[in-house]
Design a binder for this molecule. Structure first.
Ligand code: CDT
Length: 303
């Protein structure tokens, strides 16, 4: 049985506030068709794909805030994606703002198999930015206002050719995100991002290095997919990348627009890492890592 998974990183260009979900979904269906024509097993869409990146605005009207969330998945507006997935026999992952029947709000990603069934769900854990209005910023980053911390940890699921997991945007900067999945033998991590070129407090932070490190240190493929371009005056980075377990970038988007990057990923490439230098069972020393789960912030050395 083949261990090759052909993946399409479906980078999306800017989505303005005036763009309807129907317009966005039709762009996504185009990318899905292109992926199918390249015989992709699955196609990966960005974080919060269906609307503009709304946490850039301080909003007070609940009705206005609610307009950015999905109450059901699939819905009338997103059904074409699921229909096309089933018709073409292609899986996908999709990020969206989730409003649960209990009124909880999460920054969510789902994994959908080739029969258009949702097989996995992840809710973003590392929410960046701030919760209060900070008018000095050129734009807000209010994920801490609009979302709760995810409550599902990081799962790993079979069903698309090998064990796959998801993380979302800022998670990619944190080694814990990768390692929780590494400990479940993940072989491909799918992640979407919306990253402003300039985060006002720290405009110089690197993007790709973290994904390369996470891939190598856990012996896994990583597929990082941007929503990019100039959205409502805010420039967001592209550079969607497919990264091998070697840590090498083997495919990368060149534009800041809708663009599909395709790679044939041999999941068996993960093996030499997982069975030698990163044989976790042989080499990890969890007793010595207690501080990681027992402490949140950094302390200073005594004396
Ligand atoms: N969407 C998201 O998580 N973006 C963050 C930007 C941080 S700037 C406050 C990122 O880590 O790319």
């Amino acid at each position: 049985m083949s261990r090759i998974v052909t993946v399409g990183a479906a980078q999306m260009g800017a989505i303005q506030r005036a763009h309807s979900r129907r317009e966005v979904v039709s762009r996504m269906v185009e990318l899905m068709r292109e992926a199918a024509s390249h015989r992709c097993d699955l196609v990966v869409f960005p974080e919060l794909t269906l609307t503009t990146f709304f946490p850039r605005w301080w909003m007070e009207s609940q009705e206005e805030i609610d307009s950015f969330y999905e109450r059901e998945m699939p819905s009338n507006e997103t059904a074409p994606l699921f229909n096309e997935s089933a018709r073409l026999g292609i899986g996908f992952s999709l990020g969206y703002a989730e409003l649960t029947p209990e009124g909880q709000r999460f920054n969510t990603a789902i994994l959908v198999n080739k029969s258009a069934e949702i097989v996995g769900k992840y809710r973003k854990i590392h929410l960046p930015g701030h919760a209060g209005h900070e008018p000095w910023r050129a734009f807000q980053h209010l994920e801490k206002r609009y979302f709760e911390v995810g409550d599902l940890s990081w799962g790993v699921w079979n069903g698309l050719g090998g064990p796959m997991g998801m993380m979302i945007c800022n998670d990619r900067r944190w080694p814990e995100s990768y390692r929780v999945m590494g400990l479940q033998s993940v072989e491909m991590i799918l992640l979407g991002y919306n990253t402003p070129r300039h985060n006002p407090p720290a405009p110089d932070h690197d993007n790709q290095l973290v994904m390369q490190a996470g891939a190598y240190q856990n012996g896994t493929w990583v597929v990082g997919v941007a929503k990019c371009g100039v959205e409502e005056g805010c420039e967001m980075i592209g550079g969607s990348s497919i990264i091998a377990p070697t840590g090498e970038v083997i495919g990368q988007a060149l534009t800041q627009e809708d663009e599909l990057v395709v790679a044939r990923c041999d999941l068996d490439l993960t093996k030499s890492y997982k069975t030698t230098i990163f044989n976790f069972d042989m080499h990890r020393q969890p007793d010595q890592y207690r501080r990681i789960v027992e402490q949140r912030g950094a302390v200073s050395p005594q004396g």
